[in-house]
Design a protein around this ligand. Structure first.
Ligand code: CS2
Ligand code: MG
Length: 402
């Protein structure tokens, strides 16, 4: 039996903030887990350092399921983003260790590949529609088969989903930036530019669009109807999903496929959405939904109801959880697509992943475990840099969902 002898929480900011857990076993094997919670990083780091690390030392590193149950049920206080992000990190690091001990990539531990690679979608965006069109063309040239399209809405400074520099990162300021939102302007504008994208590029690629929780179920139904002829791969987060039954109304109003889940933390957040088939794609991530162990459970439930996967993969997921996602993606029968936003080159001074992008798909390497190295000396050169996600306000000053 190998026990956990060391557990280190590494907070670093190469291009953006990341929290990583590094576990070491009595056999000298190390494993990495991502615990990055955008804009709330230190809460997850403290949950790990102050509350989980003391429980980990001396515990059996082989018993991944038991560890998950122990940390989840043992806390008494279940679920929530901070708790589940911390549990995810422990779980992911243990899978990494198990793979290294077995000399197998994690996808082999999970039953082996069910496909060669995980098709990804890239993020095309533009401050203007002509910039967006150029960006879609760029992703096509790069071989992407699925592309998400977002344009800033004229008159609304700082629309979500639009890149400012070379990398999209919404957590940008030392205090939250306040962005203006106007639902009617958006509902009028978005179908027009998405139509223009289809007119210019045709239907021989998957077109996606993120609504970022901005609409009521009635508005979302209207938008979905207007987009039906464009045959979107999905309309993402059309409405906040705290009330899962709300999605019944959207579902009844439109056949545009619906994807939800990037802010979910557990199977209970999507149980009704899945079992009542109110969505087509479940988008939870390894890092925020309880690690490989729990995400696999969510994906398995989804498979029973013909709901496919489409995991969140923005730059706030470190290369560690990105790699874990790809290992899981290639094994599940109901895989749909994987979101992929390339990290800034400086991020790779600290994290060295071995997955590769080929033909619009991510391919995990056959390195044992997750195949990601973390350079701790490099990490120390990039101290934590406090950043907040923006806040949305309507023109009357009231707070809207961001
Ligand atoms: C977005 C994210 O990737 C997505 O679909 O919704 O970029 C989201 O805004 C960030 O992950 C928030 O941290
Ligand atoms: Mg999104």
């Amino acid at each position: 039996m190998a026990t956990i002898t060391d557990a280190k929480v590494i907070v670093t900011s190469p291009g953006r903030n990341f929290v990583t857990l590094k576990l070491t076993t009595s056999d000298g094997v190390t494993g990495l887990g991502d615990a990055t919670l955008n804009g709330r990083e230190l809460a997850a780091a403290s949950y790990l350092k102050d509350h989980l690390v003391p429980l980990l030392i001396g515990r059996d590193a082989d018993r991944i399921e038991d560890m998950w149950q122990y940390l989840y049920k043992g806390a008494y206080w279940r679920r929530g983003p901070v708790t589940m992000t911390a549990i995810s990190a422990v779980d992911t690091a243990l899978w990494d260790i198990k793979g290294k001990v077995a000399g197998m990539p994690v996808y082999d531990l999970l039953g082996g590949r069910a496909r060669e690679g995980a098709m990804v979608y890239g993020h095309a965006s533009g401050v203007t529609v002509s910039e967006l069109v150029d960006d879609v063309a760029r992703f096509m040239d790069l071989g992407y088969r699925a592309i998400r399209a977002q344009s800033a809405v004229p008159g609304l400074a700082g629309t979500y989903g639009v890149r400012k520099g070379t990398i999209y990162e919404p957590a940008a300021a030392a205090l939250p930036e306040e962005q203006l939102w106007d639902t009617e302007k958006y509902l009028d504008f978005a179908p027009r530019y998405l139509t223009e994208i289809r007119e210019k590029f045709g239907f021989d690629f998957h077109l996606l669009h993120d609504v970022h929780h901005r609409l009521t179920p009635t508005e979302a139904g209207r938008l979905g109807q207007r987009l039906e002829d464009l045959r979107l791969f999905w309309m993402e987060d059309p409405s906040p999903a705290e009330l899962q039954e709300n999605f019944r109304q959207i579902r009844q109003a439109t056949t545009t496929p619906i994807a939800v889940g990037e802010v979910f933390n557990s199977i209970w957040d999507c149980q009704q959405l899945i079992t009542e088939r109110l969505i087509d794609y479940i988008r939870c991530s390894v890092v925020h939904a309880g690690g490989i162990t729990h995400l696999r459970r969510i994906f398995n439930l989804a498979e029973l109801y013909q709901v496919r996967t489409g995991s969140h993969g923005a730059t706030d997921l470190s290369p560690v959880s990105m790699s874990a996602a790809v290992h899981l993606d290639v094994t599940v029968p109901n895989f749909g697509v994987q979101e992929y936003m390339e990290h800034a080159p400086v991020t790779h001074e600290v994290f060295r992943p071995t997955y590769q992008l080929r033909d619009g798909a991510l391919h995990p390497s056959d390195a044992p475990g997750l195949g990601v190295e973390l350079d701790e000396d490099a990490a120390a050169r990039f101290p934590y840099d406090p950043k907040y996600l923006p806040v949305g306000r309507r023109s009357d000053g009231s707070v809207h969902d961001w």
